[in-house]
Design a protein around this ligand. Structure first.
Ligand SMILES: [Zn+2]
Length: 154
């Protein structure tokens, strides 16, 4: 087929590889947030004194009043199960031996989506108090997975 015979409305494409040279970064607030998890085993938030909101994970600016947030606070060691779901398959669609519990754990005025552990399904309820279980300090990498899971608090 020559160029003149080609349909001018047909999509144009090329097969090949495109090198990606950019890197994802956590940003300034995320850097400090994940460094505190890695180095101190703490979950940090930032607080807007004007709106009386504690953002967890930490952010640099208030979503309501756009103020720059400079007050870093410990989100506390106890969160609350706001909602949860069960996973029966892994990312590749393989059946898990046991269903995995994933919850939104409320911390401050925000929270984290994470696994729950050391809890039986028939004991689990919305509003349950839970605490993070961190990996041993030497094994942490600065990831949300430095928190192994959240477990119930008596
Ligand atoms: Zn605000």
């Amino acid at each position: 087929m020559t160029l003149l015979e080609r349909d001018p409305n047909a999509p144009v494409f090329w097969k090949g590889n495109m090198p990606v040279t950019s890197r994802y970064t956590f940003g300034l607030a995320g850097e400090r947030f994940f460094r505190a998890i890695k180095d101190e085993g703490r979950i940090l938030g930032t607080r807007c004194p004007e709106c009386d909101i504690t953002y967890v994970p930490a952010t640099l600016f208030c979503e309501r009043c756009m103020a720059e947030l400079t007050e870093w606070v410990d989100a506390g060691e106890i969160g609350e199960v706001h909602t949860y779901t069960l996973l029966f398959e892994d990312m590749d669609g393989n059946r898990l031996p046991e269903p995995e519990i994933v919850a939104f754990v409320r911390l401050g005025d925000g929270g984290l989506v994470h696994r729950l552990g050391e809890v039986e399904l028939d004991e689990l309820y919305i509003g349950m108090n839970v605490e993070p279980v961190f990996k041993p300090a030497a094994e942490r990498t600065g990831s949300i997975l430095d928190i192994l899971y959240f477990r119930p608090v008596d």
